[in-house]
Design a protein around this ligand. Structure first.
Ligand code: SF4
Length: 326
């Protein structure tokens, strides 16, 4: 592990056992939701995590935040592997990483006032007096540009954008070093999305937190991320600096995703050639042999059907898992 890394995720696996078939002929199978994810995150850095629905982005996020049981691998937070720790052993580390969920409507308890919602993490994870907590709550509302008068209101009295600001304030409450943002703007209108992205950028500049930013809108990810990781069927297939990955993607799956991003220049947009992906994403229960992307890959060869490509560093600095990335 490099000393500057805040988070090192090594070969992380999250498998879910499932049964299918009739009562008399029950078959045990395994869903490979996350199947060997490896990446690092530095202090103050934003890593975007993209990929189609069901590729394992949100499961990876929940695993890092210790919200579900993992199968194998390491989650090193400042060098400490959180994976083998019990719920109580993780508690002292918990204030270092917080999560913002996708749906601003369901992620706030409708029976609690905003003041109580923001006080909760302070009560459990920080040793503050009642007066200090109150002062901190007022400060948090100010940080996310909400009026302090709102402190005694309930979630239903706010718009979607305001609720997401409250979620961000709750994550910010315990001064975390990492915030995992799981599709934080995808349920919001475009104009509100821009405001939330600006807020996240301002907060990162002020408090120097790292973000793991999950989204399916590649334009939004580009705005916020220093580096971007692309996931396919529970694995990372390419990671690179944002500009390089968007301008010079090396993995055929990344190339297909990037070809779908609209270009703001109307002349270039007219010439944009889309790379269509054939077929549906395969089931994470019956993973294809060799490279799991081979049934949909436009340049697949015989080798791809039998040999699993390893993530390897390329001459442009990106890391990709494709036999023919060059
Ligand atoms: Fe396509 Fe083969 Fe590369 Fe997989 S290894 S992405 S199937 S070319």
């Amino acid at each position: 592990m490099s000393a500057a890394n805040l988070l090192d995720v090594n070969d992380l696996k999250v498998h879910f056992p499932v049964t299918r078939g009739s009562f008399f002929k029950r078959e045990k199978r395994v869903v490979h939701a996350v199947d060997g994810v490896t990446f690092t995150l530095k202090e103050g850095e934003t890593l975007g995590l993209v990929g189609e629905s069901g590729c394992g982005k949100s499961t990876t996020a929940r695993a890092i935040c210790q919200l579900l049981r993992t199968t194998d691998g390491q989650i090193l937070f400042e060098g400490v592997d959180l994976r083998p720790l019990t719920w109580n052993q993780v508690k002292p580390y918990r204030k270092n990483f917080q999560m913002v969920f996708q749906n601003p409507f369901s992620s706030l308890d409708p029976r609690m006032t905003i003041g109580s919602i923001l006080s909760e993490p302070l009560k459990h994870l920080m040793d503050l007096s009642r007066a200090e907590r109150k002062e901190r709550v007022m400060g948090l509302l100010k940080e996310v540009n909400l009026n302090a008068k709102f402190v005694n209101r309930y979630p239903h009295e706010f718009s979607g954008g305001q609720r997401q600001r409250i979620n961000i304030a709750r994550a910010l409450a315990v001064s975390p070093k990492l915030i995992v943002l799981d599709e934080p703007v995808s349920a919001l209108d475009v104009s509100i999305q821009a405001q939330i992205i600006n807020l996240l950028q301002d907060l990162q500049q002020k408090f120097k937190m790292a973000y793991l930013f999950i989204a399916h809108d590649l334009s939004v990810v580009k705005t916020l991320s220093h580096r971007v990781a692309v996931m396919y069927l529970g694995k990372i297939v390419e990671i690179g600096e944002t500009r390089e990955l968007y301008q010079n993607p090396k993995h055929p799956y990344t190339q297909a995703l990037m070809s779908a991003v609209p270009i703001p220049d109307p002349i270039k947009e007219k010439k944009r050639a889309r790379i269509p992906l054939k077929g549906e994403i395969p089931s994470p229960i019956d993973l294809p042999s060799g490279c799991t992307f081979h049934p949909r890959c436009p340049i697949a060869q015989d080798r791809c059907r039998v040999e699993v490509p390893k993530l390897r560093k390329l001459s442009n600095g990106s890391v990709a898992s494709c036999h023919f990335a060059e």
